[in-house]
Design a protein around this ligand. Structure first.
Ligand code: DGJ
Length: 537
């Protein structure tokens, strides 16, 4: 399975968080970001650098902010993702230098249909693109000189790009593109590409091969598709030029098209890599490694929908922004196991601390999920996309989860929080350090890896796993195998041990479970690390 980020040439599963937009303006403002990363146990931090600080005066470059971020990551032993806040930040252009803001004839702003200026620069203006590109290249040159590859995993180019306030740019510059011929490379792509939404829209308009954007895509969708062409080619050019200097992975994050009433330019910046246009965007941005959804949906169905739409060919699934809450924790585990998620970042980590600098209670289960991911990281990187990863993620009201592992079936049981309170009332025996029933008052969550041949690794909290070997129906249905109580006492363990993975990926045993500690199934907790079980087959 491909990854978006790599470290020393190997896939790197990033478990990170992003600081608030204004936090990197000074060292002092950034303090809580570093602290929160530590409290959450993250391995990566994502921090914006602003074009307006980098090049406050045209042609003069100041790397103070970049150095602060780079050195901070090194000091705090964190991997780093730099966010290039430049032409676009959430469909607006706040982060451009004042000399860009003030030269309206040189740098074209997108206009509404009534010819009012929006807060967004036009994606079709070459002067703006060249100015952004020049500054980005300076950033890349500097990062290269600083040998940033020791900590830098990648760069987000722009932030949630597109026009907000208008579905397309109605300025003279924008009109010229919109009323002009659809470029030949798009015509060719349309006829050759597999089925996708842009192709379907084109077909519904009679699949023309010459004409302007409206001829190709009709009156409803042409504006978004034309804007997507402008934005994707613009950012690709910025990324291409930057990578020529310093070749690190780049990605573009996406304000989802599925938000609110879903109207491009109103509810969503028009021209970003929404699911409607993602395949075309991918085609037009060969120098960008990932088109990555910012997913703030907490419910499992919407989350799943977005994971499916963004795990398309050559697009490693990475979520650059999300919420640090229990629901997201569950969604993340599912996405890791079933959608090949290659990294997860939550947003606004510096506001997750209270006045004493402690993590707020609402982020506690997210922190546990971070611990689970960190413990399992070497296995996630190794078994991504192989079908050997399984997630325990307790949905509302769910009391257990069934798994078919092939030569074993398993059931994660003893779900307590909002689940079935009729399961084993004393939660089974755990060990001397885990006898408090409050440890079950969490959503059951975790990851299971079944390597095969009776060998399991798992980490999680709020459940235990009971296994039944799939041999004969008589064996599977016998009393001692089917009851949870008897099941725990009839497992043929060869090894059952708690441990962790070291730097080289070797499993180091911390404790061997025997007797009472193994009689009630494979119980987990977020502070016991990884459980390794080898059973007779
Ligand atoms: C999405 C943006 O990309 C972030 O920079 C930030 O503004 C968040 N929204 C706020 O929720």
């Amino acid at each position: 399975m491909e990854s978006l980020f790599y470290s020393n040439g190997k896939p790197y599963f990033t478990i990170g968080g992003q600081v608030h937009n204004s936090s990197s303006c000074t060292e002092d403002n950034l303090k809580n970001g570093w602290k929160a990363a530590e409290k959450l146990g993250l391995n990566t931090i994502a921090i914006p650098v602003y074009w307006r600080l980098l090049e406050a005066e045209e042609g003069k470059f100041d790397f103070t902010q970049v150095d602060m971020v780079l050195n901070g990551a090194r000091e705090h032993n964190l991997k780093l993702v730099i966010l290039w806040f430049a032409t676009w930040k959430n469909g607006a252009s706040q982060y451009v230098p004042n000399w860009v803001k003030l030269q309206k004839d040189r740098f074209v702003w997108a206009e509404t249909v009534q010819h009012n200026l929006t807060m967004t620069l036009s994606p079709h203006c070459e002067n703006t693109r060249e100015a952004d590109k020049k500054a980005f290249c300076k950033l890349m040159e500097h990062l290269k000189e600083q040998h940033a590859e020791d900590v830098l995993l990648g760069i987000q180019v722009e932030n949630e790009p597109g026009n907000l306030g208008t579905p397309r740019d109605y300025s003279e510059t924008g009109e010229k593109v919109y009323r002009g011929q659809v470029p030949e490379k798009i015509v060719k792509w349309l006829s050759e590409t597999d089925d996708c939404e842009v192709k379907r829209i084109w077909e519904a308009n009679g699949a023309p091969t010459t004409g302007d954007w409206e001829t190709f895509f009709g009156k409803v969708h042409a504006a978004e598709i034309c804007s997507a062409y402008g934005v994707s080619t613009y950012i690709n050019e910025v990324s291409r030029a930057g990578k020529e200097i310093f070749n690190v992975p780049t990605y573009v994050n996406v304000w989802l098209g599925e938000m609110y009433n879903r109207v491009a330019g109103v509810d969503v910046p028009s021209g970003g890599a929404t699911s409607r246009v993602i395949e075309m965007w991918k085609f037009l941005s060969p120098d960008i490694d990932g088109l990555c959804p910012d997913v703030y949906f907490n419910d499992a169905l919407n989350h799943l929908d977005i994971c499916r739409k963004y795990s398309i060919k050559n697009n490693p699934l990475y979520i650059p922004e999300s919420g640090a809450n229990t629901f997201n924790a569950l969604n993340v585990l599912r996405a890791v196991a079933y959608h090949g998620l290659t990294g997860i970042h939550c947003f606004g980590i510096d506001s997750l601390l209270d006045a004493n600098g402690d993590l707020k209670p609402q982020a506690e289960e997210y922190r546990h999920m971070v611990t689970i991911l960190r413990e399992m990281k070497p296995l996630i990187e190794k078994y991504h996309g192989t079908g050997k990863l399984y997630a325990v993620a307790q949905a509302e009201g769910e009391s257990s989860q069934y798994f078919d592992f092939g030569d074993f079936v398993g059931r994660a049981i003893d779900f307590m929080a909002n689940g079935d309170l009729h399961s084993d009332p004393d939660h089974g025996n755990m060990d001397k350090d885990h006898r408090d029933s409050s440890i079950f008052q969490v959503r059951a969550k975790g990851l299971i890896v079944y390597i095969g041949n009776g060998e399991f690794y798992l980490a999680g909290e709020g459940f235990r796993l009971n296994l039944i070997r799939q041999d004969t129906i008589e064996g599977m249905s016998s009393g001692v195998r089917a009851s949870s109580f008897q099941n725990g006492r009839h497992q043929r363990y060869l090894d059952l041990e708690e441990g962790h993975f070291d730097e080289e990926g070797r499993f180091i045993v911390n404790k061997i479970r025997t007797g009472d500690e193994c009689d009630t199934g494979l119980w987990v907790h977020s502070d016991v690390g990884v459980l390794h079980a080898r059973l007779e087959v």
